[in-house]
Design a protein around this ligand. Structure first.
Ligand code: NAD
Ligand code: ISE
Length: 333
């Protein structure tokens, strides 16, 4: 039986996930959608799905067995808590929430429920290149990882909607999560440096350089540029005691023409991570059909939220800002 899914938020990524759930993957059926923009929701509803007036109506509907949240970050907490109260598996796009207190409320609710219901949209963990990189690190042939470099460049971000805090509390969450996952370690402190601003950046704090200090002593340096014009460029390289391992450039197609020999660069995340999003939903559908979740958890969303909060403190203080995590509830063991 196909998993009956309701989608909250039918903007850019909501529409892309509706496409993959209806046209690419099997085992799923979208029965309801909703958005604060009712016209957008109605336009995005696939055949056989209705638009509900509110997220609460969608979450409680009998023909919705699992929920996909693609609304804006500040709306996630309430929608997650409603899903947990209804006992329904929920895939939530990143960021999990936008403050530590909100993350703790979601953790408490899920822990009280007694098992995982929430999966967070850290799709890099499902990307074949990142999985190969992790397999090399875990294989141990290169020795202990000492440093990791993460480059996260966006062509542009929506003017007016994307604020100066968001490189640090929205975009950085991907780099924070993948660093924790690749190095199998927690982030203990964060430092931020701000070079001169890009004149393309609509007066945003852009770019930013972030240092993540891992519990083991390894250091991660992250470049975030959100208006870099030339492409969506995601890079990663780990330096270990006996060698380095890096993500390949994507896509690997080589073009030769009158401008020379070059590789095409993706325009945005939809293009670069298309297979990763497919795989994250493949694995989510299987877990949700069993009433649960897999992969990145509320705990991982909480860890990334703490990094965003610390980065915002660090950009103001100029200091290395420590991170203190609460004890991990058993359901995330
Ligand atoms: P968007 O602005 O294109 O779409 C968001 C939609 O949510 C809009 O249609 C908006 O009207 C709706 N919405 C906002 N608040 C709502 C609420 N309370 N109830 C119902 N609908 C509401 O934004 P987007 O780019 O699609 O991003 C959506 C989410 O996905 C964000 O959290 C973003 O960080 C995340 N995202 C993740 C990735 C990724 O690579 N994993 C990529 C892009 C966006
Ligand atoms: C966006 O919300 C995403 O999640 C993308 O993956 C990321 O690269 C981009 O910077 C964010 O704005």
């Amino acid at each position: 039986m196909a998993l009956k899914i309701g989608v909250i938020g039918t903007g850019m990524i909501g529409q892309d996930h509706i496409r993959r759930l209806t046209q690419v993957l099997s085992g799923a059926q979208i029965t309801a959608v909703t958005d604060i923009d009712a016209v957008r929701a109605a336009a995005a509803a696939p055949a056989g799905a209705r638009a509900t007036n509110t997220p609460q109506e969608l979450i409680r509907a009998d023909d919705v067995e699992a929920v996909v949240i693609c609304s804006w970050g500040p709306a996630h907490e309430e929608q997650l808590l409603d899903c947990i109260a209804a006992g329904k598996p929920v895939f939530c796009e990143k960021p999990l929430v936008t403050s530590e207190q909100a993350a703790l409320r979601v953790i408490d609710a899920e822990a009280a429920f007694g098992r995982r219901l929430v999966q967070v949209g850290f799709m890099r963990r499902f990307d074949a290149d990142y999985r190969s990189l992790k397999a090399v690190i875990d294989g141990g042939t290169l020795g202990t990882p000492l440093m990791y470099k993460s480059v996260h460049r966006n062509v542009s971000v929506p003017a007016g909607l994307y604020t100066s805090d968001m490189p640090l509390n929205d975009t950085l969450v991907h780099d924070a999560d993948i660093s924790r996952w690749l190095l199998d370690d927690e982030i203990s402190a964060v430092e931020v440096r701000t070079p001169r601003r890009s004149s393309r950046g609509q007066d945003l704090r852009d770019p930013v350089m972030v240092m993540l200090y891992m519990g083991s002593g390894a250091i991660v340096d992250v470049e975030i540029s959100v208006n870099i014009a030339y492409g969506y460029d995601i890079r990663g390289e780990v330096s270990c005691e006996q060698g380095i391992a890096a993500l390949p450039n994507r896509p690997a197609t080589v073009i030769s023409d009158q401008f020379g020999i070059r590789q095409a660069i993706p325009r945005d995340w939809r293009d670069r991570f298309i297979d990763a999003y497919d795989q994250e939903f493949r694995e989510w559908i299987i877990a949700a059909q069993k009433g649960g979740a897999t992969g990145p958890s509320t705990w991982d969303g909480y860890a990334a939220t703490l990094v965003g909060d610390a980065a915002l403190r660090a950009v103001t203080s100029g200091a290395r800002e420590p991170i203190h995590m609460r004890d991990k509830p058993d359901i995330y063991a």
